[in-house]
Write a protein that binds this ligand. Structure first.
Ligand code: NDP
Length: 316
């Protein structure tokens, strides 16, 4: 008797995809490990500011995901590392350490400027949450790049459920550097026609109604109402908004789900897939570090990486 039963379309289940990815990544990771000596087991370093609850929650989800695929973790807390200088030195050490495949600075970290300064020190080849300006620039230019995990999760869901993107009109609500913009770049790289909406968009409903793929990344609970979507739309809801009694997406799910082709739930949609994308990029970084000559620190995973374009529908 849940909403899913009354849907005309289908539920794009992020938990199901996350567990599929977990098995796939665990398998891929084991190939990197020398069973004799535990050597080569990639580690994910997570820097977080324990004073921020949001950063702590994200860090914890990354730790869990890392453990679930067999990656090691290194947790660095801002308070323990002490001064900003101390943190900068820590990042430099992690950049240099061969066993550390990936580094994530869970945001918010300290104040905004301090968090940004720290991120800019991360080696782009270990920037497995696509947070550095270098990777953002590469992504914007359509070059191989590490990509913010939430944006990758959107694409992973569309691919896994066999949603065609090429030639489709995709509308994104939100233009942040962590979600809206990178989603737009990834969809453009996959030949969608992309519209990006924000607070200055004059008639939001007019734009969203034209979406064949609608990505909500506004941080506004229930913003997308049924009269703002069309029946053929596939909706991916990135919103994670605290509301009385739990968390809600940016889409008024109960009202919208019955009138669209497909939709991600919140919770259980983009959320569980996101940490798996960090781990996927961590394993990619480890594979590259092992295979490439140290001089060619080329990285990948955006539009042009074949591993990102498997036309494998796990559940279509
Ligand atoms: P930001 O607040 O940084 O950006 C929100 C964007 O949405 C802005 O571009 C803003 O426009 C736009 N926006 C907000 N309200 C409206 C509105 N009423 N009409 C049109 N545009 C609007 O948020 P984030 O991108 O960081 O996060 C978005 C959501 O995704 C949040 O709920 C967040 O919790 C969630 N999130 C989920 C993650 C996951 O793993 N699933 C990870 C990161 C975030 P303008 O630029 O004009 O202000």
């Amino acid at each position: 008797g849940g909403v899913a039963d009354r849907m005309s379309g289908r539920l794009l289940d992020g938990r199901e995809l996350a567990s599929h990815l977990r098995r796939e990544l665990a398998h891929r990771l084991e190939k990197l490990v020398d069973p004799e000596r535990e050597a080569g087991r990639p580690q994910l370093a997570i820097l977080r500011d324990g004073r921020s609850e949001a950063a702590a929650v994200y860090a914890a989800s990354l730790e869990r995901a890392a453990r679930s695929v067999g990656a090691g973790t290194r947790l660095v807390d801002a308070v323990e590392a002490g001064t900003e200088r101390g943190l900068e030195a820590t990042v430099a050490d992690l950049n240099a350490e061969a066993g550390v495949a990936g580094i994530v600075v869970a945001q918010p970290f300290g104040d905004v400027a301090a968090g940004r300064r720290l991120v800019e020190l991360v080696d782009p080849a270990k920037d497995v949450d696509g947070a550095t300006p270098t990777n953002a620039g590469r992504l914007a230019r359509g070059e191989p790049a590490f990509v913010p995990a939430t944006a990758l999760a959107v694409i992973a869901i569309l691919e896994a459920y066999g949603v065609e993107v090429a030639g489709k009109r995709a509308v994104i609500v939100g233009r942040s550097a962590v979600v809206g913009r990178p989603v737009a770049s990834l969809l453009v790289a996959r030949d969608a026609t992309v519209v990006i909406c924000h607070r200055a968009t004059r008639n939001l409903a007019r734009e969203t109604r034209r979406a064949e793929i609608l990505v909500a990344a506004a941080g506004s609970p229930g913003l997308i109402r049924p009269e703002m979507v069309n029946r053929s739309a596939v909706i991916v809801d990135c919103g994670i908004n605290a509301v009385p009694g739990g968390i809600a997406g940016d889409v008024a799910f109960d009202a919208v789900a019955p009138v669209v082709r497909a939709i991600t739930p919140v919770p259980g949609g983009v959320g569980p897939v996101t940490p798996m994308m960090v781990l996927r990029q961590t394993i990619e970084a480890a594979e590259r570090a092992r295979n490439a000559q140290p001089s060619e620190a080329s990285i990948s995973s955006s539009g042009t990486d074949p591993s990102m374009n498997p036309s494998r529908s796990i559940v279509s």
